[in-house]
Design a protein around this ligand. Structure first.
Ligand code: DX5
Ligand code: ZN
Length: 222
């Protein structure tokens, strides 16, 4: 069963010089979570932000869940660091961890919810022995590394398949989609079975966060 809809703006597209205010503004505009993209110029060809910035957001007074998306290799060293920096969920890519089951356990031992991220070409077999231990499956609908890319249409079929797997498990596991999510395609992504939506450029690139997030919520519910 789908979980209540969550809109998670990706701060990758925020104005980093005003990050605290940007995050406050999207939350005031109705966003539910903060999506925090961590890139290491190794697993992906881009370099972003680490635990210090996560901690800075908490010190700034951000109380909403922080949804940390690790695009880093290796993974395990950063798990305790993000947990103590205030992360709520930590998601990672299975090919970036030598022992996927151990990394899931590590995240949970540190008091965070655990997510596994599948790239557009990563097979669903990665979920066979992991799904029931996860709090969230994150399906990438672009190749990771950059904001502002276009949604890859075949991911809709993948969303439908993962929705069936989650429903069959009977567990409360979120299905998040990340990459190219916009006001005008979120209805289709929701209909395919996603309940948790990351959007970077669609939100931070718009003039009116309240209007954009409201229309995303309305279209996701339609
Ligand atoms: C891509 C990141 C995404 C990205 C989404 O590697 O994981 O979270 O910021 O940006 P948009 O919504 O612009 O595709
Ligand atoms: Zn992301």
């Amino acid at each position: 069963m789908k979980q209540p809809t969550v809109i998670a703006p990706s701060i990758l597209s925020a104005d980093f010089a005003r990050l605290g205010q940007e995050v406050t503004d999207v939350l005031d505009a109705g966003a539910d979570w903060v999506h925090f993209d961590v890139m290491d110029n190794h697993y992906v060809p881009n370099l972003t932000i680490g635990p210090l910035v996560c901690e800075a957001l908490r010190k700034h007074g951000i109380e909403a869940p922080i949804d940390v998306h690790l695009m880093v290799e290796p993974v395990d060293e950063l798990v305790p660091q993000f947990a103590s920096a205030g992360a709520s969920l930590i998601s990672f890519h299975p090919e970036a961890s030598r022992h996927v089951d151990r990394t899931i356990q590590l995240i949970r031992e540190h008091g965070c919810r655990a997510g596994l991220v599948l790239n557009p070409s990563t097979p669903l077999g990665q979920l066979q022995w992991t799904l029931e231990k996860l709090d969230m499956v994150l399906l990438m609908s672009v190749n990771p590394g950059f904001g502002g890319q276009s949604f890859i249409p075949h991911v809709l079929d993948k969303i439908r398949k993962v929705r069936e797997m989650i429903d069959a498990s009977g567990k409360e596991i979120r299905l998040e989609v990340d990459g190219g999510v916009k006001v005008d395609n979120i209805a289709d992504i929701s209909a395919a079975g996603a309940d948790t939506f990351v959007a970077g450029s669609a939100i931070f690139g718009s003039d009116d966060y309240l209007d954009t997030i409201s229309r995303m919520k309305a279209n996701a519910a339609a």
